[in-house]
Design a binder for this molecule. Structure first.
Ligand SMILES: [Ca+2]
Ligand SMILES: [Ca+2]
Length: 380
């Protein structure tokens, strides 16, 4: 949805907070956009000026966390600051501001733009959070009298989540050489896959190089992972026509190769002799849906390539994130493709690496329901 509103504080004293609420589920679960003009401490936590977007998500009742709404920082178990204007701009009394809040729950995307005299004063850029999948809209004020909200308007928008659909004939994407992704020894690969109805025993490459260095694929109906001649094989037959979370990680120090199925690695490990040092060919090219011979058929989404072995705790945390843009661990990402961001025949990389992938064979970009899958993985 898009939510528009104009604010005006008709008062010469304006040291309080004003703003908007969206995604309102209850008094304990909602998104809050609030703005104050001066720094002010209510108690030990700072109330910092400048607009910010925060998630209020707590099991406590409002009486317990009333003051926490106005603190600029993240408060554990109560609130999470998703974005704070780095310019710390304040607003002026007796002045009109036009607000525009964008929220796309299917991808977790949100953005705040505030204009003054038709000039953009504040622009958060893309901010991602998928904790709340929509809700009611409202206005907000604290410690501020005479706030006038006017010209309030909302527009419902279509879903925005997309996936890459490959034909199994000649479709694939080229990411780049292993060294360009920062992969030297340890690594983690992750993807959401949807196999076509009646898929066979053939090899379905998900993320592979064109040589023997590494490959995560499906064959004989199970997930398999290969690194330099060593193979880890899953035992669970994968269901078609539904999203499945798959991954593969390698810890070079411990020589452990593990497959990941629905966040779990148990029973899917392959131990490699400790005296055998695996050397990846850093000049091999990494592909999505191709291994140099076979092509993937079906849908792929949320492809993530990390240049470390991701610990299980991080895996659990990251799997529920709509984006890794605001996580410090984003630097560990070699590449991230959510399939929403494409340009011509390129998949735009969401990591700092900027490694856009080239598409070949004309794969389709289709509507995706992976946000439901993400919710399922996060909550079940
Ligand atoms: Ca997507
Ligand atoms: Ca094709």
């Amino acid at each position: 949805m898009d939510f528009y509103g104009t604010t005006f504080v008709e008062e010469d004293g304006c040291d309080g907070f004003m703003g908007f609420i969206f995604g309102y589920q209850s008094t304990s679960t909602f998104y809050l956009v609030l703005w104050r003009r001066n720094h002010h401490n209510f108690n030990l936590y700072g109330g910092i000026k400048g607009p910010h977007i925060k998630l209020i998500d707590t099991t406590h009742t409002p009486g317990d966390f009333f003051n926490l709404l106005y603190m600029g920082s993240t408060i554990k178990d109560f609130s999470k600051t998703l974005w704070h204007d780095p310019d710390l701009q304040g607003f002026e009394c007796n002045t009109a501001y036009r607000w525009h809040i964008t929220h796309r729950p299917s991808t977790g995307y949100m953005r705040l733009i505030i204009k003054h005299n038709n000039t953009v004063m504040v622009d958060s850029g893309p901010v991602y959070d998928s904790s709340i999948l929509g809700g009611r809209l409202g206005v907000f004020a604290f410690d501020q009298i005479a706030v006038i909200w006017s010209n309030l308007r909302y527009e419902c928008k279509t879903r925005q989540n997309y996936a890459l659909k490959m034909d199994g004939v000649d479709d694939y994407a080229e990411i780049g050489m292993l060294h360009q992704l920062g992969i030297e020894e340890s690594f983690t690969l992750e993807a959401l896959v949807k196999l076509p109805t009646g898929y066979g025993s053939a090899r379905y490459p998900i993320i592979c190089t064109n040589g023997s260095s590494l490959c995560m694929f499906i064959e004989d109906g199970v997930l398999k992972g290969q690194i330099a001649g060593h193979l880890a094989e899953g035992t669970t037959t994968l269901t078609s026509s539904k999203w499945i979370h798959v991954g593969m990680r390698y810890n070079a120090q411990e020589r452990k190769l593990a497959l990941i199925l629905e966040k779990t690695t148990s029973g899917l490990q392959a131990d490699i002799p400790i005296d055998e040092r695996i050397l990846l060919n850093e000049n091999e090219t990494l592909y999505i849906g191709y291994d140099g011979t076979n092509f993937f058929k079906g849908e792929l989404d949320e492809i993530r390539v990390y240049n470390i072995e991701l610990p299980s705790t991080d895996l659990d945390d990251f799997v529920k994130e709509a984006s890794l843009h605001r996580l410090t661990n984003r630097y560990l990402l070699g590449a991230h493709y959510n399939m929403e961001n494409t340009s011509g025949s390129m998949l735009i990389d969401g990591s700092y690496n900027g490694r856009n992938a080239s598409l070949f064979g004309s794969p389709s970009i289709v509507e995706s329901s992976t946000d439901f899958k993400r919710y399922d993985l996060a909550n079940n």
